[in-house]
Ligand binder design. Sequence first.
Ligand code: PLP
Length: 390
Amino acid sequence: MDKKKKMSIPISNRVSQMPKSAIHEMTRLSKEVDDVAFLSWAKPTSGTPEHIKKAAIKAMEEGKTGGYSEPEGIYELREEIAKKLKKVNHIEASPEEIIVTVGAIEGLAAAVMAVIDPGDEVIIPIPGYSTHIRQVIMASGKPVCVPTIEDESFGLDIERINDAITEKTKAILFSDPNNPTGSVYSHEELEDVAEMARKNNLIIITDEAYEYFTFDGYKHDSIASFPDMKERVISAFTFTKTYAMTGWRIGYVHSSKEIVPQIKKGHIPLAICAPVVSQYAVLEALKSSQECIESFREHYKNMRDLMCRRLDRLSHIFKYQRPKGSYLMFPKIKIEEGKDSLAFAKRLLKEARVSTTPGVAFKSESHLRMSFCVPEEIINKAFDRMEDYF
Ligand SMILES: Cc1ncc(COP(=O)(O)O)c(C=O)c1O
């Protein structure tokens, strides 16, 4: 080999061909702007409740947190999670069917690794959470993105999903309530998905991160609770959103006794176990009063209403679907310049000092994702600036 010839660094095609994350790009650019009104992150801005923090400190002081736990998580915690799954999600769960993971994300990554062989297809309704698409690519699978129906609150297009199923389809993966659209799938939509999975022998992987945050009487349903579905559903949950614990990095997956040991084989090389101090913190979160969830939900609902009212005043620029859940919304940009969502979001940041996330990050141009898990002042500041700007 000619030594003078510059060699390219040997990085996998899988990773090097992945586009840079538009979410992280907007965060980086936002740091360069003074006094930015930041609507870019799906991260709760309220702090973790005091009683949860105290439980972590106590566990540390008692010397419980210095080592690894069992890879699947401490047994007492899995017992509490099983109780929660029965009570809240109507899933007949046992501790043996649960793995405590490094946030929902690591659980989903391990689940995808357990299910997908190179070349397998995974159907993902879009707009969808970009991390899911990347997880499939990391497993050398092929994401098959199927548009949802925007005018029907970004509901599932069952016919198109059905048409997208091929011999290579292994799984359907989605978040519900949805990031970025705020849609909450109805019982009927989920039953249609369940029927497709039964008929075509597919696995369903769900990301239920926003399970508690639904509004206006809409309720979140867990598809694993539907008849005969437990054996083919992997459900991921998290403490990140429910108890405002983003940095604690703790979530869990549930599936059948047959599937869980296979996911565990994926989980160990990714994490060994979830952070032990966080396991003790969430044990307390589950065992004590659940009041904080209701107050977070109330806050998000009020902030959603405020954001919708403010968007109404910008109806010449944006058209939106009222989110039924999550703390995110995905308005469509009506004007010509919105066709390139990244350029539009960058301009909004530079010229109006408002940080949003471009729709391209969720496989949908002409949209912006706006997060309403922020204090009222931030929403008002962002929209005052946009009203002056447009
Ligand atoms: C749909 C969805 N799933 C998962 C996550 C991350 O969850 P965790 O912090 O538990 O890894 C997010 C974060 O924004 C999300 O929006």
